[in-house]
Design a protein around this ligand. Sequence first.
Ligand code: FPP
Length: 241
Amino acid sequence: MSQIIDTNNLPKHIAITMDGNGRWAESKGKIRAFGHKNGVKAVRDTVEAAAEIGIKFLTLYAFSTENWSRPQSEINALMSLLVSAINKETKTLMNNNIKLSTIGATDSLPSKAKKELNEAIEETKGNTRMTLILALSYSGRWEILNATKNLIADGINHEKINEQIFQQYLTTKSVPDPELLIRTSGEYRISNFLLWQIAYSELYFTNRLWPDFRRQDLEKAILNYQNRERRFGKTKKQIQN
Ligand code: FPP
């Protein structure tokens, strides 16, 4: 790579929509589950690379609320992949000082997946290098509705509600908003991911299908991010001053 990543200008939080597993498998004449299986390799490589680069939070969109309407056989394949990947990789998370957490309606996951996740979350809770957040049974609208219901249930006076308070009711309350959102597979959509949190995120789209995504692709996205000017609604001059 000709350019070098500037470690003083890293996004603290990167979110990724891992898309294209099905197409990757179909292009090889295989069933969709084969794509998901190879997607786990990309997860492993990306998690390791992100931690080594110095990213503090990495959120992966692993299963959306809408994914529950996929064929039951595909849902089962995804859930058992999740269980086996967590089981196998908890050691890697420990060796790399990575903490695991989740966002989403994880109560609706099969009990085996919940058990595996809870064990890994408990085991890795003291790790400090990076937090890996898996979005599971997650959608941005679900999260915003949930936050609203809980604000009302807590009897918060509507006059008092502001962005800071609202944020405390989101599943990402202790996580900074992602500066960079990556989506693979050449689709240009948000698909209900982190709707509140991406208000000022830089969006990066790549044609790479998720199972082929590797460290160099992550580095390319970070370099692209570092060449952008983030203005947050201000003028160029204001930013320069
Ligand atoms: C999108 O591809 C991918 C998913 C819905 C699931 C992602 C899951 C994994 C990579 C495996 C398990 C995850 C972890 C964290 C261990 P798609 O099926 O929508 O592909 P398509 O758009 O080509 O059909």
